[in-house]
Design a protein around this ligand. Structure first.
Ligand SMILES: O=C(CO)[C@H](O)[C@H](O)COP(=O)(O)O
Ligand SMILES: [Fe+2]
Length: 214
């Protein structure tokens, strides 16, 4: 069954505890937390203090998506805050292999995210070391953007690279995900779907989460 990771980016930040309680009662598998620094992306969200408070409210894994420059400086701190899966952007890491190894050493699952313009072939020599690839299907920085159609093609190519090497890999898609593209993404090779505005913009967010379990 598809892993569904609602993004709290589109939740009401004044009532995050209510949003987390709703997710706890829903079919959501992970909580997707978007950390933005105003440098890697033109937006700023939240950091470790908020993440550790969220951690106390849920038993579901925290899927932390770092959209920050020099993420290697903060790996220990995100681990202490409660990240279970820590994803860095390939475009933000000069020494991506070293950063991935450090994330795993700290006991977290290691994820690497690629912007829409970054070819999946960049990960050919790293794929056996990583747990998860997060393919951005919008340009990172904001919720509520339109899905980029080339993501299907990238998902198929990423799955083929992992299969060629016989390595297990979770492929997660982030941006503009709805019930309209979920099945096609899973058929292309995706395992996990992030959805922010599609979930939190609805009167019945739990039903929207269930609709992504394709
Ligand atoms: O990483 C992100 C933005 O950079 C978010 O996870 C993503 O955009 C989710 O929001 P939506 O489903 O509304 O597109
Ligand atoms: Fe994200």
């Amino acid at each position: 069954m598809t892993i569904v990771a609602p993004s709290l980016l589109s939740a009401d930040f004044m009532n995050l505890a209510d949003a987390i309680n709703m997710l706890n009662e829903s079919e959501a598998d992970w909580l997707h937390l978007d950390v933005m620094d105003g440098r890697f992306v033109p937006n700023i969200t939240f950091g470790m203090p908020i993440i550790s408070q969220m951690k106390a409210l849920t038993d579901k894994p925290l899927d932390v998506h770092l959209m920050i420059v020099e993420p290697e400086k903060y790996l220990e701190e995100f681990c202490q805050a409660g990240a279970d899966i820590l994803t860095v952007h390939a475009e933000a890491c000069v020494h991506l292999h070293r950063t991935v190894m450090k994330i795993k050493e700290l006991g977290m699952k290691a994820g690497v995210s690629l912007n829409p313009h970054t070819p999946v072939e960049l990960l050919r020599d790293l794929v056996s070391e990583i747990d998860l690839v997060l393919l951005m299907s919008v340009n990172p920085g904001f919720g509520g953007q339109s899905f980029i159609e080339n993501t299907y093609n990238k998902t198929r190519r990423m799955r083929a690279i992992a299969d060629e090497q016989g390595t297990p890999l979770t492929i997660e898609i982030d941006g503009g995900v709805t019930d309209k593209n979920a099945l096609k993404l899973v058929e292309a090779g995706a395992d996990a779907l992030v959805a922010g505005s599609y979930v939190f913009g609805a009167d019945d967010p739990k039903a929207r989460i269930a609709s992504l379990k394709v």
